[in-house]
Design a protein around this ligand. Structure first.
Ligand code: ZN
Length: 437
């Protein structure tokens, strides 16, 4: 699996070590051996990264790979290829498969399937059996089998007492709790509750549905001392609660998806009820997006995660009310972050790499997130300036449910390296590369 590779002439940015310099990067035996100028290694394959940025491999804390049970939407193999094509070297897959990953045999199945996948795949176990919110799952056994966190993602853990007990177990097992925050006052809603839901005559999910649970679980984090990671944060108030939790020194972190920092609920109207604008949490108001942007800028938001949620075209071809929630994101995330956040003047390249790699590694305690000697030889190479046109038809994912098809963006991935092996590289990246300084 592991191999040797010399990445030459790139601009190496590693926030964990404070490195931002033109340098070579040598990987041997699947691990980082050295970062420095004019490295030489006889007989080692080289990758010319001139004009490109080399960063510690990107880690997506939140994907749905649909296997076992929904292989017509995605498989571990196709999802991992999609991740590689998006510049991700590791992904963490949610347990809402069929059967649900709520016991060690499902965890072991995923780990075995992942062994031959293009990127590293880390399973997340369910909080409760069947994610039904009634009885705790076998958290300790799943941890032994390889889970890196617990979550009932797709659903909220409504029972406060059960969530408290889950946090206590998770704390004792050293696992973060990934929190899908959606109070039952969102029930029946299909988009954000606001002027557009009123205009379109669609049932709304109020921002308060998210805020209520974030507030509750910040308090439970304080009560239990557990590490709580808020999934796909989408409202201004939630960002405020996380900011307050951090100020009090709690182990509360959060992630945002590219669609929640890029689009508002106006997109449901503009697109004419395109079901690829339907996801949970829903696209929110401009005020919410403004608060998300501020949270990205000031450090309140720790990570960018895609919530990659593949669905078959036939499933999304229903009326807005009846279509399933979710969009795919692995192959659009980096371009959206570069275009909207970096070129948009919100954050620096280094801060973007923290959000995609440094922090995700720390939050889930995963290998990687740095290019220090001895770290896994996982590297994301990207071109911050290349003109990109999103073409859903060419995605490696089995599904096509994206609202970004046809978008023109600036910047995108060039190559993905896992354990020193090039698992994906953009064709023509040599001829089309552009100058970066
Ligand atoms: Zn979720």
């Amino acid at each position: 699996m592991s191999s040797d590779l010399l990445i030459r002439n790139g601009r190496v940015i590693d926030p964990a070590q404070g490195i931002d310099a033109r340098a070579d990067l040598l990987i041997r035996g699947g691990r980082i051996e050295a970062v420095g100028e004019n490295l030489a290694a006889a007989g080692v394959e080289t990758f010319d990264a001139a004009g490109l940025i080399a960063a510690p491999g990107f880690i997506d804390l939140h994907v749905h790979l649909r296997e076992p049970g929904f292989e017509y939407k995605e498989t571990i193999e196709s999802g991992a290829r999609s991740a590689a094509a998006g510049g991700f070297t590791s992904v963490c897959c949610m347990p809402n498969t069929s059967p649900v990953n709520d016991n060690s045999s499902v965890t072991s199945f995923i780990v075995e399937r992942a062994a031959s996948a293009a990127v590293r795949v880390y399973p997340i176990g369910a909080v409760t059996q069947g994610s039904k919110g009634e009885h705790l799952a076998e958290i300790g056994e799943m941890k032994s089998a390889g889970i890196v966190a617990i979550s009932d993602d797709g659903r909220a853990v409504a029972d406060t007492n059960l969530m408290r007990r889950a946090m206590e177990y998770a704390r004792d097992f050293g696992l973060p709790v990934v929190d899908h925050c959606e109070d039952c006052c969102a029930k029946g809603g299909v988009m954000h509750e606001g002027e557009y839901s009123a205009l379109l005559g669609l049932r709304g999910m109020p921002g308060a549905a998210e805020d209520i649970q974030v507030a509750r679980d910040v308090m439970l984090a304080e009560l239990t001392g557990a590490r709580v990671h808020i999934a796909h944060i989408s409202t201004a108030r939630s960002v405020e609660f996380v900011r307050g939790a951090k100020a009090r020194g709690l182990a509360v972190t959060c992630e945002v998806t590219p669609h929640h920092f890029t689009l508002t609920d106006a997109e449901v109207h503009r697109s004419g009820y395109d079901t690829n604008t339907k996801m949970a949490p829903p696209l929110r108001s401009q005020a919410d997006v403004d608060a998300i942007i501020e949270g990205l800028r000031d450090g309140t938001i720790d990570a960018i995660a895609t919530d990659h949620a593949p669905h078959h075209a036939n499933e999304k071809m229903l009326e807005f009310d009846r279509a399933p929630f979710g969009i795919i994101g692995l192959e659009t995330a980096l371009a959206l972050a570069l275009d909207r956040l970096v070129h948009g003047g919100v954050i620096s390249l280094s801060r973007m790499i923290e959000l995609f790699s440094t922090h995700p590694a720390r939050i889930f305690n995963l290998p990687g997130g740095a290019l220090a000697p001895g770290s896994p030889g996982d590297v994301t190479i990207f071109d911050p300036d290349r003109a990109v046109r999103i073409d859903a038809a060419s995605f490696e994912s089995k599904s096509r449910n994206t609202p970004f098809d046809g978008w023109q963006l600036k910047g995108g991935p060039a190559a993905t390296i896992v354990g020193g092996r090039i698992v994906w590289r953009r064709e023509r990246e040599i001829t089309e590369q552009t100058k970066i300084d």
